[in-house]
Design a protein around this ligand. Structure first.
Ligand code: HEM
Length: 507
């Protein structure tokens, strides 16, 4: 029988670790491995990532887990992760949750195999959509959406209600990518419940994650039918959006215009209609779900650390002064606010892992031989807590870890919330601009009060999101003095009894 292979000559489908790691037995696995079933004792079906983090704590920088007949190697140590960032020897591996999304978005930018021609074509056509000029053009639209959020929050505050942070951040980021990228308005703030696009998206991401933990998709038949309906809804929404654009003439040069109109600068090639559909879904999903989580975690930490919030707020007052509407260039100047965001992403990177495969036979970290096509999951969330790099207090929230001096002294490839190499996030600048702007605006307008009884719990649906996070808002005194001294009190005492879901440290 001939083997089915990819264009790169590698076997198609899931490649279990024994195919890629000739000395797999040297890599530790959890104790109490069961015959046939594998490392399933105590495993969580809904929180596989947090399970893996617990294993990493016990088993070290590299370990493996088997679920039924599928074995996966995990890398969480900084030295090994840095080795895997070497683009001459490793590349993105499209596997696990990412591969499970292929039936939905195929060779869209996020899920394309490295060798698929549509990756380079779409990358080259769409990258200018994230240039400085393009970003400056998005800025006023980002401000307009942030205004809608603040109108909503003002109303909730006036009614004496707390706000649902992840839900509202999702509304904000969905509206932002829809407006800036596609000239579309989902009307999220006018709805009591999440837009059906979000419900369908969450369903699809959760299904893609669940497929990783079952021996056969056959066991998820009911979920598969629901997933088919979700995917059909995503497709319909996107087809309507594209139809409306083509019927109404060109937009203002946004991402959708680029997808529909722009030819590759060298080859003159254009994206096909099918590929445009895949890219629109990719960007609508990748462009909001992750930033929503990043903002939500940052707001959680700000509510837990009033000293940090006060310092960030003082920076906003100083840098933006009396400017009612901050300009594009004033956003990157919020250096401390950016550190808050980075530190939140360090502790809870909303894309908590990515996969890398060997381009040729190689030896990882000079110790573990790998065959060409062998792959591992890099646990970003663990890399970001490696005590060798981040110190014995790696679990503590401390934005000054991103002070430029501190950043310079750290080895490269130790902070990877946006992935690595050629396949790293194309929307990084977009996300950072949007999130910094929004945090600046919210800090300037509100004090955040968390429920002291709240303990951070993290939901997993390929991405991470705080669960059940609600904040009470208080409007800052009008005319708060931007030059007032920064309070030095700390919330450490309040926060120190909060148990980290990973291993019980203060979080
Ligand atoms: C805080 C927010 C964000 C985070 C943490 C994040 C994280 C990531 C990561 C880790 C990857 C690489 C995944 C891999 O190696 O398999 C990635 C890729 C990607 N991201 Fe983001 N992302 C964010 C925001 C955005 C935004 C705003 C957009 C679009 C507007 C976007 C679009 C994409 C796309 C299209 C890719 C695939 C790139 C390629 O393979 O060429 N992301 N992102």
């Amino acid at each position: 029988m001939t083997e089915t292979t990819t264009a790169a000559g590698l076997p198609k489908g899931f490649r279990s670790a024994e195919q890629g790691w000739p000395e797999l037995s040297r890599i530790p696995h959890p104790p109490r491995r069961l015959p046939v079933l594998g490392d399933v004792l105590g495993a969580s079906r809904t929180k596989p990532l947090q399970d893996s983090l617990r294993h990493a704590r016990r088993l070290g920088p590299i370990f493996r887990r088997r679920v039924f007949n599928r074995e996966i190697v995990f890398v969480g140590g900084a030295a090994l992760a840095a080795d895997m960032a070497d683009e001459s020897r490793f590349a993105k591996h499209v596997g696990l949750g990412v591969a499970n999304l292929r039936p939905v978005v195929g060779d869209g930018l996020f899920t394309a195999y490295n060798h698929e021609p549509n990756w380079q074509l779409a990358h080259d056509v769409l990258a200018p959509g994230f240039s400085r000029d393009a970003m400056a053009g998005y800025h006023p639209m980002m401000l307009a959406v942030a205004d809608r959020l603040m109108d909503h929050w003002d109303r909730e505050m006036a009614a004496g209600r707390t706000v649902d942070v992840p839900e509202d951040m999702t509304k904000l980021t969905l509206e932002t990518i829809a407006r800036t990228g596609f000239g579309h308005d989902f009307g999220s703030f006018e709805r009591a419940r999440p837009h059906p696009f979000v419900t369908a998206m969450v369903g699809t991401l959760t299904y893609a994650q669940r497929l990783n933990t079952v021996p056969s998709p056959f066991l998820l038949r009911r979920a598969a039918r629901r997933n088919d309906r979700d995917v059909a809804y995503l497709n319909r929404t996107v087809d309507d959006l594209v139809r409306a654009r083509t019927a109404g003439g060109a937009g203002d040069g946004d991402l959708l215009d680029r997808m529909l109109e722009t030819a590759h600068p060298e080859t003159g090639e254009r994206l096909s209609a099918e590929n445009v559909r895949r890219q629109v879904i990719t960007f609508l999903v990748a462009g909001h779900e992750t930033t929503s989580g990043a903002l939500s975690f940052a707001l959680h930490y700000l509510s837990r650390h009033p000293d940090v919030a006060a310092r960030a707020r003082a920076e906003v007052d100083r840098v933006w002064g009396g400017t009612a509407v901050p300009g594009y260039d004033q956003v990157a100047k919020l250096r401390y606010v950016r550190r808050v965001l980075d530190e939140s992403q360090r502790l809870w990177p909303t894309v908590p892992a990515f996969t890398r495969e060997a381009r040729e036979d190689t030896v990882l970290g000079g110790v573990h031989p790998m065959r060409r096509g062998g792959w591992a999951l890099v646990l970003t969330a663990m890399l970001h807590r490696d005590p060798e790099v981040w110190g014995a207090d790696a679990d503590r929230f401390e934005p000054d870890r991103f002070d430029p001096q501190a950043v310079r002294t750290r080895p490269p490839h130790t902070f990877k919330p946006f992935g690595t190499g050629a396949r790293a996030c194309i929307g990084r600048q977009f996300a950072l601009h949007e999130a910094t702007l929004v945090l600046g605006l919210l800090l300037r307008r509100y004090d955040f009060r968390g429920d002291p009884a709240y303990r951070l719990r993290v939901t997993e649906r390929l991405t991470l999101m705080p669960e059940g996070l609600r904040l009470r808002l208080e409007r800052r005194a009008p005319g708060a003095d931007p030059t007032a001294p920064v309070p030095t009190g700390t919330a450490e005492g309040a926060a120190s009894d909060v148990r980290c879901p990973v291993h019980g440290a203060a979080d």
